[in-house]
Design a protein around this ligand. Structure first.
Ligand code: ISJ
Length: 370
């Protein structure tokens, strides 16, 4: 149905007002972009005179910008939506300096791709790779600036492969991203719904939807594949199968979502790490990650934890993994709030180093803002 051009004077007046505001927003965004271009010149100048490296992407500065946007926001748009808009403005501004290149655990359409876009914005140049260690290698070789890998899920726990890869890598953690994970059941255009005899997904996603599958598809075979995107790709060409994956995969492979949000826990979320070669300055709201090896013996873990508690350090995660040295020895992956440049953190670190056999700092980085 064709709509008639409006002649409602109130509406026309409001649209005039919006046009004026849009022109002003556009002028201001370009003024901001010009500033970012000048920032790039200053950074390149500093590099020429040997003062510092020209690091274009500054995670701590971006985190501060987003935090300020949220703190001063008075609505009616909510804080998160407003910060998302600024995320994209910054991404476009940074691309004028130099587009950031990011490898992620692919293929295209995975939640990791979604996490990469959430963290770096739409202007980042992204490259899917098929294994976590390939993402590490690509960043180590300098072929891309950063990598994005999953590290833990609130329902299914830690991604061991990511933690283990850090044991033999010199890469730093430069940031973290948290993503609400919504799993959807999807089918292809030729799928006959009544004939569905198997459902494909990544093993973690199948586990996150276990109860829903038990209740709604108890007799359907569950087949674990390498990624959700791979599951979606298969379903695209099979008439008797469904996939569990995210929205991006459904869009990419042109599938129809027949049941939304089938994850068993409504707060299901995954944390991803940004890995790179960069030392990140304090943002004021940071986290630090370490790998600590201890000698086996009574009270060892207590001793380690006591060093943190003595300096009132808020530990956010402790994971135990078998040590690469074998023989039932373990290493601890520890995350805590604070930056290595803060005094109380330095004091605690001195004590941890005294008590541990080896301490490897994976980095201090801004806590996820969005
Ligand atoms: C403009 C800068 O460079 C980049 C772009 C930013 C922005 O658009 O606000 C912020 C940090 C950097 O990633 C800067 O370092 O201030």
């Amino acid at each position: 149905m064709a709509t008639k051009p409006t002649n409602n004077p109130e509406l026309l007046k409001l649209r005039d007002e919006i046009d004026g505001i849009d022109a002003e927003i556009q002028r201001l965004i370009n003024a901001r972009a010009e500033c970012a271009q000048r920032v790039a010149e200053v950074k390149l100048e500093a590099r020429k005179s040997g003062l510092e490296d020209a690091v274009f992407y500054r995670p701590e500065r971006e985190a501060q910008v987003l935090q300020r946007v949220m703190a001063r926001n008075s609505g009616p748009l909510d804080n998160e939506d407003m910060a998302k808009l600024f995320r994209e403005i910054m991404s476009a501004c940074l691309a004028l300096e130099k587009p950031v290149e990011v490898a992620y655990l692919g293929p295209e359409g995975t939640f990791t791709q979604q996490a990469a876009m959430k963290h770096f914005g739409q202007w980042a140049k992204t490259k899917p790779l098929l294994a976590i260690d390939e993402v590490f290698r690509e960043v180590e070789a300098g072929a891309v600036n950063y990598g994005v890998v999953p590290v833990e899920n609130s329902t299914e726990g830690v991604v061991n492969h990511t933690l283990d890869t850090f044991l033999n890598s010199n890469l730093k953690i430069c940031g973290e991203v948290e993503l609400r994970i919504h799993q959807h059941l999807m089918i292809g255009k030729n799928t006959q719904q009544k004939a569905i005899s198997r459902v494909y997904s990544h093993q973690q996603s199948l586990a996150q939807c276990r109860k829903w599958l038990d209740a709604h598809m108890p007799h359907v075979e569950r087949i674990a594949v390498n990624s959700n995107a791979e599951a979606a790709k298969r379903v695209h060409s099979e008439w008797n199968a469904a996939a569990i994956a995210g929205e991006m995969a459904a869009e990419l492979y042109d599938l129809d979502i027949i049941h939304q949000k089938i994850e068993d826990r409504p707060d299901n979320s995954t944390r991803f790490l940004i890995i790179g070669q960069q030392y990140v300055q304090p943002s004021g709201n940071d986290k630090t990650s370490l790998i600590v090896s201890m000698r086996n013996g009574p009270g060892v873990l207590f001793n380690l934890l006591e060093a943190f508690s003595k300096h009132s350090i808020d530990m956010t995660r402790l994971e135990t993994r078998p040590s690469p040295s074998g023989s039932w020895a373990y290493v601890f992956f520890i995350d805590f709030k604070g930056h290595l440049e803060e005094e109380h953190v330095q004091k605690a670190m001195l004590e941890v180093r005294e008590r541990a056999v080896e301490v490897k700092v994976l980095g201090s980085y801004p806590m996820a803002v969005l």
